[in-house]
Design a protein around this ligand. Sequence first.
Ligand code: ADP
Ligand code: MG
Length: 478
Amino acid sequence: MSSDTSPDTLFESVFDGAPVGIALLDPGGRFLRTNAALQTMLGYDDTALRPHRFADLTHPNDVEQHARLLRELLAGTRSSYEFATSCLRPDGRTVHAEVMGSMVRPGIVLVIVKDVTAEWEARDQLRRSREQLGIAIASIDMGFFEWDIVTDRMMWSEEMSRLAGVSSEPLIHPFGARFYLIHQDDVGMVLDNVHETLADRARRSFESEFRLVRPDGEERWVLAKAHIFRDQAGHPLRALGALFDVTHRRRLQEQFLHAQKLEAIGRFASFVAHDFNNALAVIVGQIDVLLLTQTVPAITRQALVEISEAAERAAHLTQQLLTFSRKGNDAPRVLDPNDTLARLAVFLRTLANPHQLSMTLTPDVGLIRIDERQLEQAVVNLVVNARDAMPDVGAIVIMTGRTSDGRVSIAVSDTGTGIDEEAMSRLFEPFFTTKPAGQGTGLGLAVVLAVTEHANGEVRVDSLPGRGTTFDLRFPQA
Ligand code: ADP
Ligand code: MG
């Protein structure tokens, strides 16, 4: 490099050595001169650049804007301009550039071009990962919040508002402003939790699980987790956290606990039923012995007969418990359900009284493999339920048929009260009953389900509140 410091030579070396692209343009925007940095940036040497207008190298969308800015500069309505564009290099790469232009002499425009490709790509990458994060967040039901503790400004992300079922505005509010969304029974616990966490200078994390009640009444279980930022003295400054919707997980957990409880009750019930059955057998047997061997007054005889009958009824109930817990002796065999139902018809009509019971037994419906006593028990339970569901005199229909997928169906329909949503979700639970104490055992449908599933069948329920109900047992053909 020359050590000549005459103004011209100095200018030359500044122009050529500058770490930014520099060009002089004529009034038409053509390159008059370019420096080394610009040539490297655009991928052309000075001679190759010269016949071109700067605009020829920029993105077609920017050409018009560049021309207008040049015109305004030449007309003197502006003294300089700045704009961002992208240039295509001969090797196909794109250079993102920030361009500043100003008039250095009438008719000669100086442009300084800065390569911002790296920043642009970083921004693009950031935008993309924000988008991906947004999608991820939306798909896992999670929202963000930030609480400036010093000024008490709470900021909610849009997802957070969506999760809580409130409109996204205003996104900024004091900490307590949205507490009405927390379930009444949980709000005290959450507040205590927050205060404890903030008061303990060593603690940097907060975690709490509670219920939100959305304005539309829907309840959601959420898990809030936050990081607490503190100053050097340990005073809390800021909390940054996320809220997760854990409703689904909670429900599964509750169902699991419930199922475990039922299982324990089931075991206990079957244990009791077994011993109880033995005791009842002794009662019935001993009464029979008395009745056969003793001459007793008529009134005593009558009492003994009633005791015996009551014991039989109790035995029947324990039988249901045993069937349900499958501790009874089952003897599955291949049978035609039409035969079983036909034999049972008279008994079922008596049960149905005062309601009409009719049977439509489709011939050649197919054979199924099941313990016949259990099948009878299931049908009896359905008919009893149908009878109980009709406060006014109604109709019960038992129908056999073949489903489109070749299974054998036994359906019991009634014109009763129907089943509401709440009852529907718990219908088959053992001991679930809507009947007054002493009337319902809540075992009827549990037995129906156990029997049907034991024979590899499926129970379907179709019910219209106020119109009636159909229970449809579907078995594979044997
Ligand atoms: P229980 O008859 O002892 O109450 P079940 O297991 O047989 O026990 O039935 C459980 C509950 O399901 C009943 O209390 C009743 O609320 C409902 N239910 C069963 N069958 C019907 C029906 N056909 N129509 C309306 N509700 C019914
Ligand atoms: Mg019942």
